[in-house]
Design a protein around this ligand. Sequence first.
Ligand code: FES
Length: 84
Amino acid sequence: MAQGTEMHICLGSSCFSRGNKEVVNFIRDYLKRNHLEDKVVFKGARCMGHCSNGPNLLINGSITEEVTLARIENILEKELSKIK
Ligand code: FES
């Protein structure tokens, strides 16, 4: 599944207060560093209704919760290893 990987990060206020901005910056930088900008569509999204477990990241249709700065690199490594 090289093409068509989509990630949507929740930009709702609850996820914002839980640090989604730092996670957004990390993901942008990660995609750049790994030359994945052409392979991964990365967008912001509205509240996903999982506010208390945010920040939330939707990857190809499934939600990963508690996407903190401490966890994001491992999540990306796992999810994007197939296309790197
Ligand atoms: S604000 Fe992110 S799930 Fe509600």
